[in-house]
Ligand binder design. Structure first.
Ligand code: NAD
Length: 463
């Protein structure tokens, strides 16, 4: 099959700044209720000693300042406004959910399990939680941790990515008066120094990292020395299984969103299509049509910009070198396949067909705007091959067969399996992986549970 590759449209920047100098946060640590420099001098303080402030009030503050946080997030990352809007609105929603969920823990009932003794289960905070987050959703993933950690009654020390600290520092400046000093602390710096110190520090009771597998391994190893608890949300390589009975148009539209949202810099991105051989040609044509319509650009390039650049030159080089090797390996670019000429680290939205099972492009997280297509013959083969990756974060199944939609997810080794959808998240439902994607859950009541400890109190009432 031959598909014409239309050149992607890239919108340039306008001259107006996204954020003015006065709107920037102090670019330093926030510790014990104040911004402090590296040497410990205090530069400002907004925190109160009122312990009654709740994550609900935090959600309101985020919403009141949404436009500024959206612009800062786009400046931080280069992502289009539409993606930053989604990040900030979901951040507020997560705080709102966590505040309510913190009031609704349920435990097993009290009871006499030993004669003359009554057992009661107490749910307690863990203590001090260390949090390390990545650059792809800077404030949103910070919110995924801060909301449940605070709602479960802990304090925390959070390190944003060294590439994207702006929105988190602005957030803490905006909400400083809502929390007692010392409850939420932000330390900035590099992973192998500041992140590693949080992982090994004896006064941190639990360390939570969202990031790459190597960082997860480093954190878990360091945490092992003090036997602190570890919560890991790592990479992904989500298969998208398209059966021959699927609505192919809906599947192509679904992959357009799920494979390319945030320029594919997304841990749950639907990047590895496994399509039944009888539907492969039609599906590939439909997907190519969908992906060719993307407009890329600077966040100031206009409301129709849907995709931004790669986060950094190093990441741009990584993604384009994956493309070069995949094409040299025999993969066929149906759309895109290379960097885009001109300023900025833009990679053309790419669909690669004829990708060999087991090849690098089929197995490794590229973390860019690249979707690969493989074919299969039987349902068993599709499910087996879908599981043949080291990751286990997310997957989707596309079918109109009701029995298959119930059965196939049970055979898939992924923490989230969507049917006829991909990448739909909500604060109420858990998010997290199996295997190389880590352990622990973000979002939902399960995240609150992860940041608590269970205590059994047994009272001898026969004395
Ligand atoms: P990264 O691992 O390079 O960095 C993540 C964070 O870890 C950063 O703050 C970094 O400074 C810190 N870090 C790095 N080395 C460390 C060390 N030795 N000790 C402690 N901290 C260290 O990841 P990234 O490039 O920022 O983000 C992309 C990765 O994150 C991808 O693999 C993506 O799949 C993953 N991710 C996963 C989820 C999820 O929910 N599972 C969500 C978003 C991103």
């Amino acid at each position: 099959m031959t598909v014409t590759t239309e050149p992607a449209i890239v919108r340039g920047e306008s001259t107006s700044p996204l954020v003015t100098a006065e709107e920037f946060p102090p670019l330093t640590h926030f510790i014990d209720g104040a911004f402090v420099g590296g040497a410990g001098e205090s530069s400002s303080s907004g925190a109160t000693s009122d312990a009654s402030a709740a994550p609900t009030t935090i959600a309101d503050r985020v919403e009141e300042n949404a436009d500024l946080l959206i612009r800062l997030e786009s400046l931080n990352t280069g992502k289009p406004r539409v993606v930053s809007e989604d990040d900030i609105s979901m951040s507020a929603d997560v705080f709102r959910f966590a505040a309510g969920a913190g009031r609704a823990f349920t435990e097993m009932g009290s009871g006499d399990y030993v004669e003359g003794h009554t057992s009661v289960i107490l749910r307690e905070p863990v203590g001090v939680v260390g949090v390390v987050v990545p650059w792809n959703y800077p404030l949103l993933i910070a919110a995924w941790k801060i909301g449940p950690v605070l709602a479960a009654g802990n304090t925390l020390v959070l390190k944003p990515s060294e590439q994207t600290p702006l929105s988190t520092l602005k957030f803490v400046e905006l909400i400083a008066d809502l929390l007692p000093a010392g409850v939420l602390n932000i330390v900035t710096g590099l992973g192998p120094s500041v992140g590693a110190r949080l992982s090994s520090h004896p006064d941190i009771d639990l360390i939570a990292l969202t990031g790459s597998v190597p960082s997860g391994q480093a954190v878990a190893t360091a945490a092992g020395q003090s036997l602190k608890r570890v919560h890991l949300e790592l990479g992904g390589k989500a298969p998208v299984i398209v059966f021959d009975d699927a609505d192919l148009q809906a599947a192509a539209e679904g992959v357009r969103e799920a494979g390319f949202w945030n320029s594919g810099q997304e841990c749950g991105a639907g990047t590895r299509v496994l399509v039944h051989s009888s539907a492969a040609e039609e599906f590939t044509r439909l997907l190519a049509e969908q992906v060719s319509s993307y407009v890329l650009g600077d966040p100031r390039g206009g409301d129709d910009v849907e995709l931004g650049p790669m986060i950094s030159e190093a990441h741009f080089e990584r993604v384009t070198s994956f493309l070069d090797r995949a094409i040299a390996d025999g993969a066929r670019p149906v759309v895109g396949g290379a960097a885009l000429e001109g300023p900025g680290f833009f990679v053309a939205p790419t669909v690669l067909a004829d990708v060999a099972p087991g090849s690098e492009a089929s197995q490794h997280e590229i973390f860019g705007p690249v979707v690969t297509i493989e074919t299969f013959e039987t349902e068993d083969e599709a499910l087996t091959r879908a599981n043949e990756v080291s990751y286990g974060l997310a997957a989707s199944v596309w079918t109109k067969d009701a029995a298959r939609s119930l059965d196939a997810p049970r055979h898939l080794d992924f923490g989230t399996v969507w049917v006829n959808s991909h990448l739909a998240l909500a604060a109420e439902v858990p998010w997290g992986g199996f295997k190389g994607s880590g352990y622990g859950r973000d979002l939902s009541i399960y995240a609150l549970n992860d940041f608590t400890r269970t205590k059994h109190v047994q009272i001898n009432h026969s004395r």
